[in-house]
Design a protein around this ligand. Structure first.
Ligand code: GTP
Length: 173
């Protein structure tokens, strides 16, 4: 691990945002530790995890920040977004409201984050296909309109989680 430190080419800060209970913490645990926890508690305040990956021959340390989606814990904004080069904007494919609110999260990013921030829209809980209420087509259309990358994931099965993070990190420069 000490050896790794010497070899790091870049440190990229990434923020994970979206409504409460969409699976932000679980997506991050899946990516950083390959873990999933069924009875995860709502995040209070801000936490971060790191994961070092190699992309195009460069060693990149991703410092990924996770915060509470609940309004009452959200006193953070500018400090949270400061220096962030990427954002994972997560909604739950089984909760229409979490998708309707994506536009607000994009506004918050545009207001507080660097204008060059790379945004990945993520429809999570893809394992709950039988409870889906947000179609992939609607999400693709919104992402194209807004200039966002898009992916559907499952933190539970792990489907697409790593791919989505790697794509986001790859697009940052
Ligand atoms: P806040 O901290 O309140 O903002 O929530 P969060 O967005 O971090 O959600 P969290 O990761 O705590 O997950 C909320 C609930 O959804 C938990 O019960 C998780 O087990 C569940 N969950 C998260 N991801 C998935 C998934 O991909 N599939 C399924 N079926 N459940 C998931």
């Amino acid at each position: 691990d000490y050896d790794m430190q010497d070899k790091i080419d870049y440190v990229f800060k990434v923020v994970v945002i979206g409504d409460s209970a969409v699976g932000k913490t679980q997506i991050l645990s899946r990516f950083a530790k390959n873990e999933f926890c069924f009875d995860s508690k709502s995040t209070i305040g801000v936490e971060f995890q790191t994961k070092t990956v190699t992309i195009n021959g460069k060693v990149i340390k991703a410092q990924i920040w996770d915060t509470a989606g609940q309004e009452r814990y959200r006193a953070v904004t500018s400090a949270y977004y400061r220096g962030a080069l990427g954002a994972m904007l997560v909604y739950d494919i089984t909760k229409r409201q979490s998708f309707d609110h994506v536009v607000r999260w994009v506004e918050e990013l545009r207001a507080h984050a660097d204008s060059a921030i790379v945004i990945m829209l993520v429809g999570n809980k893809g394992d709950l296909e039988d409870q889906r209420v947000v179609s992939s087509e609607d999400a693709v259309e919104f992402a194209e309109e807004q200039g966002l990358f898009f992916s559907e994931t499952s933190a539970l099965s792990g489907q697409n989680v790593e791919t989505a993070f790697l794509k986001l990190l790859e697009e940052i420069n």
